[in-house]
Design a protein around this ligand. Structure first.
Ligand SMILES: NC(=O)c1ccc[n+]([C@@H]2O[C@H](COP(=O)([O-])OP(=O)(O)OC[C@H]3O[C@@H](n4cnc5c(N)ncnc54)[C@H](OP(=O)(O)O)[C@@H]3O)[C@@H](O)[C@H]2O)c1
Length: 380
């Protein structure tokens, strides 16, 4: 479904649907009319939304983005031609007013429950392709453990989309035990609608404007000019990263290929914590000494956000078979978030958002005191 056209003139263009006329001085001139497609990104001012805005506005998309707080809108959003609408995703009038007119692409970055999903369903008949952002937190291992369990899961290898998942329930979705089951319920509600809905199961998302910028764990150490980086379990833990830039590329593919399906969405590689630390430091031109801790180190020392052993890895073959090509590997794509964090933190007036989104990824200076103490005792 096409909802708009852009009409203009060019002198030697090769635009779609040209109608040739004679220009001044005899040059052939064409009147062009380019079909403009409409994309709606609900809760789209975070990492995935901002990456999708940048991706879609490089081609024929007219993009509308919603979010609660205008102060949290990436400043480049209007520069690339997207439109911001302040609207709460969970206010029923938001969906009616913004999705009700139909769209070629709808991306929901804040669909956490069956009830959230149900508010979309009446409007999906007028949407060509819907993408719901879900999570790898739905997957369970052979003992029913999931990525938010008190006891971590032990997956035997890369997780494909047919891996068993949690049973849906309506416990508090904003809790470790309720997040996964509610995501399953939301997925099922949308898939049962019969409309072309693609469910994307992302892992640890990274990207500029993320509300969960885990790489801060290492960026902060660089800013604090720490001489060493201390890594639990020799830094061998890994938990698949998902670049918002890669998710945006997958969304763009799904816009062209509407369908009803579930796909993993993760980077083409899965670096471990040690590699991530080294990639962050190298990107910022910093060097530090690696302290690789073994099991004899005190509990909690050197913990980092990717500390999963055995690693959690998603199998992304199904997305690739649909024609999706990743933008790049972790090293290439994480620069987007590192630069945003570094530039924001070192600006003369850091954005208010920074403190609220980074606080849980660094507990410095307490961490530093604990590790300095440990290293001092180890040296004597
Ligand atoms: N981050 C991860 O590691 C991760 C992993 C797996 C799956 N996911 C899934 O990814 C989705 C989140 O995408 P993201 O990582 O791009 O988001 P994000 O960086 O966490 O940003 C969240 C976005 O949602 C907006 N938002 C929150 N509540 C809203 C509401 N009630 N109404 C309107 N906007 C609202 C925020 O804007 P305001 O600041 O204005 O509120 C912000 O734009 C979720 O569905 C999550 O389950 C994330």
């Amino acid at each position: 479904m096409t909802v708009g056209w852009t009409i203009g003139f060019c002198t030697l263009g090769s635009w779609s649907r040209p109608h040739h006329t004679e220009g001044r001085r005899g040059f052939p001139r064409c009147i062009y009319a380019v079909a403009v497609r409409r994309a709606v990104l609900l809760a789209g001012t975070g990492a995935i939304g901002w990456a999708a805005v940048r991706r879609l506005t490089t081609s024929d998309w007219q993009v509308t983005v919603t979010g609660r707080d205008p102060a949290h809108v990436p400043p480049g959003l209007d520069v690339v031609g997207a439109r911001f609408v302040q609207a709460d995703r969970y206010d029923p009038t938001t969906i009616r007013d913004i999705v009700g007119g139909g769209a070629d692409l709808l991306v929901d970055c804040a669909c956490y429950t069956a009830a959230h999903a149900a508010t979309l369903v009446p409007f999906l008949g007028d949407v060509t392709s819907t993408v719901m952002i879900s999570s790898k937190a739905v997957y369970i291992d052979d003992q029913g453990r999931h990525s938010n369990s008190a006891t971590p899961p032990q997956f035997s290898g890369p997780i494909a989309e047919d891996q068993p998942i949690l049973r849906p329930n309506d416990a508090d979705y904003d809790s470790a035990e309720g997040y996964g089951p509610n995501k399953v319920a939301a997925e099922e509600t949308l898939l049962a609608s019969g409309h072309p809905v693609s469910v994307l199961r992302a892992s640890k998302v990274h990207g500029a404007w993320s509300r969960q910028p885990r790489e801060w764990h290492f960026v902060k150490r660089v800013l604090d000019r720490r001489p060493s980086v201390v890594l639990a379990r020799r830094g061998e833990g890994a938990d698949h990263p998902s670049a918002a830039l890669n998710i945006a590329a997958l969304i763009a593919t799904l816009a062209e290929r509407p369908g009803r399906r579930v796909l993993n969405a993760a980077d083409p590689d899965c670096p471990d914590g040690r590699s991530i630390a080294s990639i962050v430091a190298a990107h910022l031109g910093y060097t530090w000494q690696e302290i690789l801790l073994d099991n004899t180190a005190p509990e909690g020392l050197g913990r980092h956000p990717w500390d999963r052993v055995p690693p959690i890895v998603l199998d992304t073959a199904a997305a690739e078979q649909l024609g999706y090509t990743p933008v790049g590997d972790y090293r290439a794509t994480v620069a987007d978030e590192i630069d945003w964090l570094f530039d924001t933190a070192t600006s003369s007036a850091p954005h208010d958002l920074l403190a609220s989104v980074t606080s849980r990824y660094s507990t410095a200076p307490r961490d530093y005191a604990d590790e300095d103490d440990y290293l001092r005792r180890r040296a004597t």
